[in-house]
Every structure is written in structure tokens, then in C-alpha cells.
Design a protein around this ligand. Sequence first.
Ligand code: SF4
Ligand code: SF4
Length: 126
Amino acid sequence: MLKQLYLSTKAILRGHYTVLKHLFRKPVTEEYPEIHPFLNPKFRGVHVLENCKGCGYCKRVCPSNAITIIKDDSLPSRYSIDYSKCIFCGNCMYYCPSKSMKMTEAFEVATSNKLDLSYDVENRRM
Ligand code: SF4
Ligand code: SF4
């Protein structure tokens, strides 16, 4: 009985000590979305395309088969990425021979409709 009381009191004091220890520390959580989070320079977010030649290497190295390229003559008329499949591994960017694929800091693609996650990526001509 006495031992039980001792253990309970010890546990309660330890719990209070932990709370007090963290009470005046800087929080580790961020006020997202009010404050935009700090992103690592190597962060891989939503894709952008510049001067894509439509060679299809990116599609071949994509481990989740998320890329669809429809070609018109030799250039892509439509380039889309399905973000319900994409795992943001960056293979498409790293293996693009003409460095046409870039990944941005944009990451807010969440939606309640899975079909909305298939994005047409504009192929910008520079
Ligand atoms: S993004 Fe790069 S690898 Fe993919 S089709 Fe375009 S040029 Fe080829
Ligand atoms: S980031 Fe990876 S998974 Fe996403 S489209 Fe590129 S290769 Fe595929």
C-alpha cells in the first residue's frame, strides 16, 4: 500500500516536472498555415517544366508511374503528373537530360477528391 502510494506520487511529480520543464521553452511546432514553414533548400515539391523535349526519360525512371506524356509530332502536347501516385522522389528531375524538370517549394496539393490530384504541367518555353 505504502509502496503504491510512493510510486503514484513519484509518477505525478515526474509528470509535473516534465510539463514545467517545457513550459517556457520555444515551441517546436509551427503555426501553419498562418506562418509558412521553413523549407530545406533541397525540398522537392510541385514540378515545373521548361523547354521539355518530350524524350520520356522522366517517365521511365518514375518509380510510381505518375507521369503521362502525350506527344504531338515530337514535342509533348500534354504533360501531366498524378500527385496521388507521385512520391516526390525527384528521379524525374535528376535524370532529365536537358534539365527541363524542376521541383518547386509548393506543396499544398491536398484535396478531398483524388481526381483533382492529376495536374497538367505547363511546358514553359524560355
Ligand atoms: S522532362 Fe526531361 S526527361 Fe522528361 S520528357 Fe521532358 S526533357 Fe525528357
Ligand atoms: S518525383 Fe518521383 S514519383 Fe514523382 S513524378 Fe517524379 S519520378 Fe515520379
